[in-house]
Design a protein around this ligand. Structure first.
Ligand SMILES: *[C@@H]1O[C@H](CO)[C@@H](O)[C@H](O)[C@H]1NC(C)=O
Length: 244
């Protein structure tokens, strides 16, 4: 009898301190020999919830991100985007996971399956020996865009609990799909020049996307790395990767 009530009390005490994960997530043991698969499985279960966001895991709604300002300067084009919104980042697949909890190294390879962007764009295009400057509302979309996130972590203590701190965050991107850009609604411009610019950018999209890559890497670093930073700083290591 005594023993039973002790177990009951212990259970209540333990659950009072346990982190309140969404019911579709089961934290992986840090000793799991198939840790990467376990993380992948959790991601798969969480994936349908990315669109609306997962507050308990500090994941905002992945369907819409607003970016106040993006700037790009290249031989081809100078672009200033304002009030840019990115849509559809919840259409994401986790292709590969490499987590080593001894070395505390993390690597996640994501594929953005299909996303869109809208924004106000000021554009200066240097093509056919002439400079076209224009501005207006722009639409773009992309498919099969690879984002690789790498970081290290170290343990630290906060209020008697161990947490992980992310460091050396590195994001690289690779475009395997197609981009589509529509600068068709540009105002201060004649239709011919707009069409020339559209055609030029879409035909030279590899070099355009190459110039765009550092911007995209920054954007995705801000969005994806930030989620891990927050998750790790709010959920104790013992709860994220239980020691059992
Ligand atoms: C991108 O936009 C173009 C033009 O609206 C459209 O034809 C194409 O299907 C879109 N691609 C994706 C993957 O949404």
């Amino acid at each position: 009898m005594h023993q039973l009530s002790l177990i009951a009390i212990l259970t209540v005490a333990a659950s009072a301190f346990a982190y309140d994960f969404p019911n579709y997530v089961t934290p992986c043991s840090r000793h799991d020999p198939h840790l990467n698969d376990c993380i992948k499985k959790n991601f798969e279960q969480a994936r349908p919830h990315l669109e609306e966001g997962i507050p308990k895991l500090f994941v905002p709604s992945m369907n819409k991100f607003e970016i106040t300002k993006v700037e790009m300067v290249s031989d081809l084009l100078n672009v200033l985007g304002t009030n840019v919104a990115l849509y559809g980042l919840h259409n994401v697949a986790l292709k590969d996971v490499q987590v080593d909890l001894i070395e505390k190294t993390f690597k996640f390879d994501f594929i953005l399956i299909n996303f869109e962007a809208r924004g106000d764009v000021d554009l200066e295009g240097k093509l056919l020996n002439s400079i076209i400057t224009t501005n207006g509302r722009t639409y773009g979309n992309g498919t099969d865009f690879h984002v690789s996130l790498k970081f290290d972590a170290e343990e630290y203590e906060k209020k008697n609990k161990v947490y992980l701190k992310t460091k050396n965050v590195q994001v690289t991107t690779k475009n395997n799909g197609r981009f589509f850009f529509d600068f068709g609604n540009l105002k201060e411009n004649n239709e011919g020049a707009s069409r020339a610019l559209n055609g030029f950018i879409n035909e030279n999209q590899d070099s355009f996307v190459d110039t765009l890559s550092p911007i995209l890497e920054n954007v995705f670093e801000g969005i994806i790395a930030e989620i891990f930073v927050r998750m790790f700083s709010k959920i104790p290591y013992d709860e994220l990767f239980p020691n059992n």
